[in-house]
Write a protein that binds this ligand. Structure first.
Ligand code: HEC
Length: 163
């Protein structure tokens, strides 16, 4: 039963991080970015950059790594899917952006959450615009229902920041 318990707690930490994130986001995060109306050129660029930078872990077709809910012996979670079966769409834009730019460890550390994250930082390899184009591409693969749910999270997150 132990692995199941661990997987549950790791998922809970990430869910908790998403909640804390709304309240105490790092000041450097950028919120205006990829929108539902991304141009075809942006989506094409995002797709290419996704295949070059992300597909090796998150999968060519965004399906993630096998058994992605189960941490390995070091407590690291495998790369989750970015399609609708994963939890990417549970997070607002600002968190997806920070996770990609600063990596999992730094993003969660800013929230005072300790997680041994296998998600690298891409600040050195990708510009902010390139990161937004990748996120726009990922979102373009979601069905309308999932797209709308994530847009709602993003709106709530932005409202919370503007208060
Ligand atoms: C070396 C493997 C690796 C590469 C390459 C990689 N990731 Fe990740 N990523 C991970 C792992 C492992 C996790 C899960 C651990 C965690 O959540 O901290 C993760 C988690 C994430 C998350 C947070 C979880 C979620 O579903 O929202 C986002 C967002 C993300 N990655 C985006 C990207 C993007 C965009 C790229 C390409 C620019 C990328 N990743 C490239 C390994 C990788």
């Amino acid at each position: 039963m132990k692995p199941i318990y661990l997987a549950g707690s790791a998922a809970a930490i990430i869910a908790l991080a998403a909640v804390i994130y709304v309240v105490r986001a790092p000041s450097g995060s950028v919120s205006a970015g990829a929108s539902a109306s991304a141009s075809e050129a942006t989506l094409a660029q995002g797709q290419t950059l996704y295949q070059e930078n992300c597909a090796s872990c998150h999968g060519k077709s965004l399906a993630g790594q096998p058994n992605w809910r189960e941490p390995d012996a070091d407590g690291r979670l495998p790369a989750p899917p970015h399609d609708e079966t994963g939890h990417t769409w549970h997070h607002p834009d600002s968190m997806l952006f920070d996770y990609t730019k600063f990596g999992g460890q730094a993003t969660l550390a800013a929230l005072e959450v300790e997680l041994n994250s296998g998600m690298p930082a891409f600040a050195e390899q990708l510009t902010d615009d390139q990161i937004w184009s990748i996120l726009a591409y990922i979102k373009s693969t979601w069905p309308a229902r999932v797209h709308a749910a994530q847009a709602e999270r993003t709106r709530a997150d932005e409202d919370a920041r503007n208060q």
